[in-house]
Design a protein around this ligand. Structure first.
Ligand SMILES: Nc1nc2c(ncn2[C@@H]2O[C@H](COP(=O)(O)OP(=O)(O)O)[C@@H](O)[C@H]2O)c(=O)[nH]1
Ligand SMILES: [Mg+2]
Length: 264
């Protein structure tokens, strides 16, 4: 009978050819990565908001050291030893004003001494090895703000139960509104894993005290005609503890601030 599958030696030839092709492709990327990593070392202030994240902090900090010029923990008055842990790891540390993650992001932007701020959660849900990919469009002068896209990179946090489902739907609706208002086609307006030029972040006059600061940052950047781009990044499930976001408590603020910054 006619066999659609290639004979074994064809498989071998294709296999070897692919390995060779992939190797040269890979080498090209390694060269780019070296340039990128040097750029990150010189220009990136990595800002880690923390609220009772003592269990994962060391791991995320050690995995980040190669991708930034300074590490800044902005702590929300944790009571689990996070503040002391940050000190023992030798990173810069400041406290927020007890208003929420948005407040912590604002403090981080004020304290940053490098030309690009990267924000990364401290719960091991973001991979620090993705930082150079967030930075590449900024280094190449193609973007002022780069957001890690979970729809494009996958998320272990946005699927599985009703709360996660609602977060995903809500996030998609907000992103859709932003896309049509500014004629862009982004896929993630909410991810906290992102990079922004420090001067741009300072010019946005950010006001939100909670995680709504993420959509505020994006909308205000688009309003001011800064270049916004996104790269796929995977979001892993939080490794320790629980999310600080309770949808029922924050959903009104999301809708209100979305409409306010879009139209007023
Ligand atoms: N400084 C500070 N960090 C916060 C606060 N709320 C959350 N975070 C941090 O912000 C990051 C994201 O918070 P998380 O609860 O994981 O939110 P989720 O990923 O959206 O579910 C984590 O590193 C938290 O420790 C806060 O009020 N102050
Ligand atoms: Mg999280």
């Amino acid at each position: 009978m006619f066999n659609l599958w290639p004979k074994p030696h064809y498989v071998t030839i294709h296999w070897v050819a692919n390995i060779m092709k992939n190797n040269s492709h890979w080498r090209k990327h390694i060269e780019i990565d070296q340039e990128l990593i040097s750029f990150c070392k010189e220009h990136v202030s990595l800002i880690l908001p923390t609220l009772n994240e003592v269990d994962g902090l060391e791991q995320v900090i050690e995995a980040s050291r190669d991708y930034c010029g300074e590490l800044i923990v902005i702590d929300g008055h944790s009571n689990d030893g996070t503040w002391e842990k940050a000190h023992s790891l030798g990173v810069k540390r400041y406290r927020d004003n007890k208003k929420g993650k948005g407040d912590a992001i604002r403090v981080g932007i004020q304290k940053a001494t490098k030309s690009v701020c990267v924000f990364i959660d401290s719960d091991l849900s973001h991979n620090p090895a993705d930082i150079p990919r967030l930075i590449a469009p900024i280094m190449n002068s193609n973007a002022d703000l780069v957001i890690g896209s979970r729809p494009r990179g996958g998320s272990d946090e946005l699927h599985g139960d009703f709360e996660k489902f609602m977060r995903m739907i809500g996030s998609d609706i907000i992103t859709l509104g932003i896309n049509y208002r500014f004629n862009v086609r982004l896929t993630d307006s909410q991810n906290g894993f992102r990079a922004i030029k420090t001067s741009v972040a300072k010019s946005l006059n950010l006001q939100e005290n909670i995680t709504t600061i993420e959509q505020e940052m994006l909308i205000k950047a688009l309003r001011k005609k800064f270049n916004v781009s996104e790269v796929p990044t995977h979001e892993f499930a939080r490794k320790y503890g629980e999310s600080h976001i309770k949808l029922s408590r924050v959903s009104f603020r999301y809708v209100y601030s979305w409409l306010k910054y879009l139209f007023l």
